[in-house]
Design a binder for this molecule. Structure first.
Ligand code: MTE
Ligand code: HPA
Ligand code: MOS
Length: 758
């Protein structure tokens, strides 16, 4: 089945936040933000801006009727700065005017007097100064200290990865208006409608029942709207509440890039110990997460870094410690992979370093240590249905790895100034919110009296195709045509207390809830049908929009059945609630079984480096991926391709530059480069692993949103291998992204060769 949104998208008919028709009298909000990363506000003079024609009001923290607090996990983040600012771009006030243009003009008239204070941008420096968001955590298995001596080889090093801008095509925005009795309705481009509702209620000082949040779809979220869509929605609601007029806020791209948090940069130290035959005996790692100026989702992101610290490998002795370091960057947040990629980059760097020192290919270490059933991970979960080895072996065979290696060696032999490099990237990613209590969802199903069906769930469509998958679940459950089913907007009044659409678990959680609701309705409909034909309920099935009795058509169409049930006063509405079974985690011991299941895969990446210019192109990325039994192959393939390229962008070209005062310099598409059609791999092949799928995945179709991003890690190591092929003196560094600038430095590091012929 095709994505139900594809036609609307290509015709430009799909409705995003900025397409919602606004009411007459709608006002526009513009954020006045901090012009330095850390400082004491001495005075703000709004007088000129307030007098600017068309400005209706300027709202500050003083106008907040409830709490000036938006922190979801830790209450450490004011909506508007009070007497201090903590990051460049921190909201100080909201200018509300009759047009966006006027609000922007007025912004220039605000005068702020700030005493600048010391600014920290480096997480290690923050840790040294005791600037932490919360105490460190350690995941531990075995005892590393007792095995270093017995290891044949021990290597130590550093691995750093930088942040990443989400660059959703639709920037942050919200539209809020008052209903009767002071109730507020907010249209928001958010992955977390309930988070918006809860925070708006807190800031406005009202009950959550007074706030309704509605989401049609997002023009991309990628984690950037899991928590950080909230501020703008709450500001719009605050404006609507205070002025009793509709308020719309849509961030300009440069404001969005400057004001919002990104993927967390990490700086890490590792130590790895191997036996003679390359078994990894011990691994010790210390992560320094650059959380930015407030907690946001950092505690949860840091937790996932620890969960994925050993990626697809079984290591019997591990100590992984993580510090969440408070700096003066915008609060960093969820980004596809949610800390997992940062953790995996370090173990892959440790393996690459060991391989380099030993003069072998990293794949020899990788392959030797892949997870298998019965292996215990550092957090206590014992592997079942482990497919790490199977995806590896399948990729090896299917994509003729040996031949590829020979070809590359041959090519490198023949070419002096062009070198190829290959890397293999296995991935093992846990599916479930790491916070067990968040793993639940609800769905509301109405069968209308004409037999058409309306479905509401807590799932937010952000391009990942979840609405299509929900539609498939409902149509399949009732065995009716997809055209009979409508996916409603995501709305807190219809489906309440939702977890955000995140953790790749949206289709599983909401799909299972929907399946439960549909099954309940189906049970009732079968009873009606049994009465109609005078047979046992157990002999009734619904198939192809008909009633079957003992496997034979009973001459009753779906519409007839529904009409009869309606006239007999059978309830045609149901609610389904799903809470993932089995999972648990004890934070006091840092042990448990946090994930419903794991998703596996192996990618083979080949790059060609131009050793005169330092630029590179990816020849191919070939992947064997564990989809389980995919319920929608087209959508899932799109997720693999998009995730892969997003991961490669993070590893190779996306470079966030701040000056030493914490100002973002790469604040536009002209200075922040993301992959485009010219920089994606020339060829991407995706092979589905043959497997049975997993019972805890919706219709055995495994979660696919985030895992492919981590195939992109291999891009770093493929480039590194090509650089090594050119320059034997190159000392590998592990500091992503591997930009052409760094490639060039690596190619000519400690080299005395003269490049002849140019
Ligand atoms: N795909 C598109 N097109 N747009 C997005 O914003 N977000 C990613 C991934 N794929 C995203 C996407 C992230 S961060 C997550 S967690 C999952 O989709 C969320 O959706 P799912 O749970 O339905 O996989
Ligand atoms: N993944 C993504 N988002 C989250 C998680 C998680 O594990 N926990 C809380 N928000
Ligand atoms: Mo995705 S980072 O869990 O929104």
């Amino acid at each position: 089945m095709k994505n139900i949104d594809s036609k609307g998208h290509v015709r430009g008919e799909s409705i995003y936040l900025d397409d919602i028709p606004v009411q007459i009298g709608t006002l526009h909000g513009e954020i006045f933000d901090a012009p330095c990363a850390h400082g004491k506000i001495k005075n703000v003079d709004y007088s000129q801006a307030e007098q600017f024609p068309g400005v209706v009001r300027i709202i500050t923290f003083k106008d907040i009727p409830g709490e000036n607090q938006i922190g979801g996990i830790i209450p450490d983040e004011p909506l508007f700065a009070e007497d201090e600012v903590h990051f460049w771009g921190m909201p100080v006030a909201l200018i509300i005017a009759t047009s966006e243009f006027i609000a922007r003009q007025a912004k220039k008239l605000i005068k702020i007097d700030i005493e600048e204070l010391d600014c920290i941008v480096d997480p290690k420096e923050a840790r040294e100064k005791g600037s932490l968001i919360f105490p460190p955590r350690t995941f531990k298995i075995g005892d590393v200290d007792s095995v270093w001596e017995a290891c044949e080889h021990v290597f130590e090093g550093e691995a750093d990865s930088e942040g990443q801008e989400h660059l959703y095509i639709e920037t942050q925005g919200a539209y809020a208006f008052q209903m009767e009795n002071g109730n507020i309705r907010i249209a928001s481009s958010t992955q977390g409608p309930t988070a918006v509702q809860r925070t708006a209620a807190r800031v406005l000082g009202v009950g959550m029942h007074k706030i309704e949040v509605d989401v049609t779809r997002l023009g991309g979220g990628f984690g950037g709207k899991e928590d950080q869509a909230t501020s703008w929605a709450v500001m719009a609601a605050l404006g609507a509440h205070l002025l009793k007029r509709p308020v719309k806020i849509v961030l300009h791209r440069m404001d969005d890039m400057c004001m919002t948090g990104k993927r967390h940069p990490y700086r890490s130290d590792f130590k790895i110990g191997l036996s003679k035959d390359f078994k990894i005996k011990a691994y010790q790692v210390t992560f320094h997460q650059n959380a930015g100026a407030a907690a946001d989702l950092s505690p949860a992101v840091m937790e996932r870094t620890l969960f994925h610290a050993t990626n697809s490998y079984h290591i019997p002795n591990v100590t992984a410690t993580a510090y969440s370091c408070k700096t003066h960057l915008p609060p960093n947040t969820a980004f596809r992979g949610f800390g997992g990629p940062q953790g995996m980059f370090v173990i892959e760097s440790a393996i690459a370093k060991a391989a380099h020192e030993l003069g072998i290919d990293a794949s020899r270490i990788q392959e030797r240590n892949l997870l298998k059933d019965g292996d215990e991970l550092p957090y206590g979960q014992v592997m079942e249905h482990a497919l790490a080895r199977k995806t590896w072996a399948t990729a090896h065979k299917k994509f003729q790895l040996e031949a590829k290696r020979t070809d590359i060696a041959d090519f490198n032999q023949k070419n002096k100034y062009i070198k190829k490099g290959l890397a293999i990237q296995p991935v093992c990613f846990g599916i479930s919110f790491t916070n067990t209590s968040m793993n639940n969802a609800r769905a509301l199903v109405h069968i209308y009296s004409d037999g058409s069906v309306g479905v509401s769930t807590g799932a937010v469509e952000m391009g990942q195709g979840v609405n299509t998958k929900m539609l498939q679940v409902a149509a399949n459950a009732f065995s009716i045509a997809p055209e009979k089913v409508k996916l409603e907007t995501t709305n807190t009044t219809r489906v309440a207390n939702t977890s955000p659409s995140a953790a790749s678990a949206t289709a599983d959680l909401n799909g299972k809830a929907l399946q439960i609701a549909c099954d309940k309705l189906l049970t009732r409909l079968k009873e009606t049908a049994a009465n109609m034909v005078g047979a046992e309920v157990s002999s009734i099935e619904l198939q192809d929009e008909q009633v079957y009795c003992n496997n034979k058509p009973a001459g009753i169409k779906w519409e007839k059945l529904i009409q009869t049930a309606f006239l007999e006063r059978v309830c045609l509405t149901e609610n389904g609630h799903y809470a993932t079974p089995v999972i648990h985690f004890d934070k006091t011991k840092e042990k448990g079984h946090p994930f419903a299941y794991h998703v596996y895969g192996t990618a083979i990446l080949v790059v060609t480096v131009d050793c005169i210019r330092g630029i590179y192109t990816f020849d191919s990325v070939e992947i064997v991926h564990d989809f389980g039994k995919s319920m929608n192959e087209t959508i899932d393939l799109g997720q693999i391709e998009g995730g892969l390229v997003q991961g490669m962008g993070w590893m190779t070209m996306e470079e966030l530059k701040y000056n030493s005062n914490g100002k973002l310099l790469s604040n536009a598409l002209s200075t922040y480069k993301i992959p485009d059609i010219y920089s994606v791999p020339k060829e991407i092949k995706v092979e589905a692993l043959e497997t049975e799928g997993h019972e805890m995945a919706i219709r055995k179709s495994k979660a696919v949103g985030e895992p492919p991003l981590m195939y992109g890690l291999g891009a770093y190591f493929a480039i590194q291998n090509a650089v090594k092929a050119f320059n034997p003196n190159y000392q590998p560094k592990y500091h992503a992204p591997f930009t052409p600038e760094k490639v060039l430095l690596g190619l000519y590091e400690k080299v005395n060769v003269s490049v002849s012929g140019i």
